[in-house]
Design a binder for this molecule. Structure first.
Ligand SMILES: C[S@@+](CC[C@H](N)C(=O)[O-])C[C@H]1O[C@@H](n2cnc3c(N)ncnc32)[C@H](O)[C@@H]1O
Length: 243
């Protein structure tokens, strides 16, 4: 299975080859195959951000300092109650508590230490993927600026995938997961020969649908993913290479 990421209007492809089960281990072509009226230069290709859970754990904090932050973050989440939900169907406190747990999980090198956050005055040092100052800043952005949680942690869980996303790139929606099931049903029920065909995902965003369909098509299929937005094309390529 090969997934190609094409940035529309620039007309170049960065085909990505799947890792063992879906992608061959090496990336092939990464060069323009055609030019258009707009100039095509790879030098301006944006570099996707690394999602929090993949960042190296180069920070540290004591469990008690982490606990202090956690208590502050919980209090902030608690103060929201149903205000956002009532005004624009936003997250209520219970959803924010769940997100806070995910943020802690993604931030800690060893999430098995989470239960120890309950202990007071624990001077044990833990390794973090993000500094405490940044954690305060991120949670403020979540509550005060209503920044989408996926942009805080740089990823979204979609089907069985964890896809990188960042501001400027569409967060794949749960309902879109059905697209992959629809393709799977069509292949099984109607025409298994479509596996050998050439598939195209127009406006791929994070690459969710293309990658999901690539996994359904298996080793013989080919799918090209296209996006007008260079950042989306770069993030989709990053996801296709990583997954
Ligand atoms: C609403 S998002 C959907 C992303 C993805 N399909 C998903 O469901 O998660 C639409 C995407 O289409 C891209 N797009 C819009 N117009 C386009 C065009 N004319 N050519 C290529 N991509 C386009 C946008 O940049 C954006 O990433």
């Amino acid at each position: 299975m090969r997934v190609s990421l094409t940035r529309a209007c620039r007309f170049y492809t960065s085909p990505i080859t799947p890792k063992p089960s879906f992608f061959s281990p090496r990336a092939i072509l990464n060069q323009p195959f055609s030019s258009s009226s707009s100039s095509s230069s790879h030098s301006s290709t944006p570099k996707p951000k690394t999602p929090l859970f993949l960042k190296p754990p180069k920070y540290s904090a004591t469990l008690s300092d982490l606990k202090k932050w956690h208590n502050w973050a919980k209090a902030l989440a608690s103060s929201v109650r149903s205000t956002f939900a009532d005004s624009d169907n936003g997250p209520d406190s219970s959803i924010l508590f769940r997100e806070l747990n995910w943020l802690v999980e993604d931030s800690l090198e060893d999430p098995s230490l989470i239960p120890q956050l309950g202990f007071q005055n624990n001077s044990q040092s833990v390794r973090l993927r993000i500094g405490l100052d940044e954690l305060y800043g991120l949670w403020k952005q979540r509550i005060e600026k209503r920044k989408p949680f996926q942009y805080l942690v740089g990823c979204e869980h979609w089907r069985d995938l964890v896809l990188s996303v960042e501001e400027g790139v569409f967060i794949p929606r749960p309902e879109t997961e059905l697209m992959v099931d629809l393709v799977s049903d069509v292949l099984v029920r109607d025409n298994d020969g479509l596996r050998d065909g050439f598939w195209v995902d127009l406006g791929t965003g994070s690459g969710a649908i293309a990658i999901g369909i690539a996994r359904v098509l298996g080793s013989k299929g080919s799918i090209i993913a296209v996006d007008l937005n260079p950042l989306a094309a770069a993030v989709a390529a990053f996801n296709a290479q990583r997954i």
